[in-house]
Ligand binder design. Structure first.
Ligand SMILES: *[C@@H]1O[C@H](CO)[C@@H](O)[C@H](O)[C@H]1NC(C)=O
Length: 217
């Protein structure tokens, strides 16, 4: 699926340029673009990981219920790693997982609608390969040329970006759930058992729920 440039040195240079431009982009994205009235959640996961898939059983319904109070960043990379600046990716569960991660990066980046992102990812995670990507995208209301992105440099660039975000948290377990940009082992453990309870706890703690809200009761 990855198209290798003929000369290795060329691909290395290209990768280096991509990596550099990703850093630049990450730095330019202002953190204060985040909304102050929401709980920020970063989900580090990978496409063929059973634990990640299990977590999606929680993510779907919890997001549907509490989406107005959540700002979620989905990062499909996990324990993968790039080589030669993205000319090659290695994934924990093999090449099919790399492809799944790329496809998900592409679809996620195609919309700012987080409901649609979550819908797509939950749907896609329960398909055993990436062949249902188009169907999942259209069910989430996304008209996106999945294959084109996944087969192009855009897919590579998005995965390199996902790698930077993932590595910045040095996750020891996938999925890792990070709240407000700071990893906390206790919240991580609670989230895997009871994501809704953890989110509700944090929403209350941060006074993000209006008093008398019927949510989180
Ligand atoms: C966002 O996506 C959801 C799920 O597909 C859809 O129901 C909703 O209408 C979309 N919202 C906007 C503003 O497009």
């Amino acid at each position: 699926m990855l198209k290798f440039p003929t000369a290795l040195s060329m691909s290395f240079l290209l990768g280096l340029m991509l990596a550099v431009s990703c850093w630049a982009e990450l730095e330019e994205k202002p953190r204060d673009k985040r909304q102050a009235d929401k709980l920020h959640i970063t989900l580090l996961y990978e496409s063929l990981c059973p634990d990640s898939r299990n977590f999606m059983h929680q993510l779907g319904p919890v997001h549907e219920e509490l989406q107005q109070y959540m700002d979620i960043q989905l990062v499909p990379f996990g324990k993968s790693r790039s080589e030669q600046g993205g000319a090659i990716f290695h994934c924990q569960h093999g090449p099919a997982e790399c492809e799944g991660n790329r496809v998900q990066s592409c679809v996620i980046s195609s919309t700012a609608n987080q409901s649609a992102q979550v819908k797509f990812v939950v749907c896609q995670m329960f398909a055993l390969d990436s062949s249902r990507a188009d169907q999942c995208a259209s069910e989430a209301g996304l008209l996106t040329d999945v294959d084109h992105c996944a087969d192009s440099e855009t897919g590579t660039k998005l995965q390199l970006q996902a790698e930077l975000v993932t590595k910045s948290y040095q996750p020891s377990f996938i999925p890792t759930i990070v709240y407000n940009g700071v990893f906390n082992q206790q919240l991580q453990d609670h989230s895997l058992r009871d994501f809704r309870g953890t989110v509700c706890h944090l929403l209350r703690q941060q006074n993000l729920l209006p008093s008398g809200s019927p949510l989180c009761q």
